[in-house]
Design a protein. Structure first.
Length: 183
């Protein structure tokens, strides 16, 4: 009788762990790369227009190329504030000075739909979600079995998932580039 009670409590705790893990993963995804990905994918109305001043090949902190960034003068569509200088992060093209580009903003930067931006933020989201999804799967297995499940297979799934997470992001980025060429 006591053993059943302990198993029931363990199952309940593991089930709550699954829900908490998935909720935390969703919150963390929205907190970190979510706003940028939403801006890149074009959710919501256009925030304003950037008049391009200069484009250049951008790099990250380690010196690896991250795509083309452009600086320009941002003019909001609504009266949210005065025009200001802004960076168009991971631009879809190497624009000529004076080109006007409709953008959405997130965290002080401007974004537009581009395959490299979809790949970049999609990869970040995939790499962020895989460990949480594997942890949730392991907790679910613990809840289903009523005892602590062997975690070796889940470690290998997590490692493989981290590598495989790049593939859907690359496919999405390529499809966006093809779509932009066609339309």
């Amino acid at each position: 009788m006591v053993r059943r009670g302990v198993r029931a409590v363990g199952r309940g705790a593991a089930g709550v762990g699954v829900v908490v893990t998935l909720a935390f993963a969703g919150w963390l995804t929205w907190l970190l790369p979510g706003p940028q990905m939403a801006a890149v994918l074009g959710f919501g109305p256009v925030d304003g227009v950037v008049s391009i001043q200069e484009c250049y090949e951008a790099s990250d902190a380690e010196g690896y190329a991250t795509g083309t960034d452009c600086t320009g003068r941002y003019t909001p569509r609504r009266s949210d504030g005065p025009p200001r200088d802004i960076v168009l992060d991971t631009a879809a093209d190497d624009y000529r000075p004076g080109t006007r580009v409709e953008v959405r903003t997130a965290r002080g930067r401007a974004y537009e739909l581009s395959g490299s931006a979809v790949f970049r933020f999609g990869t970040v989201i995939g790499l962020l979600l895989v460990p949480f999804l594997v942890l949730a799967a392991w907790l679910f297995a613990c809840a289903r079995q009523g005892r602590v499940a062997d975690g070796e297979g889940y470690v290998f799934v997590a490692l493989a998932g981290l590598v495989i997470a790049i593939v859907p992001a690359a496919v999405a980025g390529i499809l966006v580039e093809i779509g932009m060429l066609i339309f």
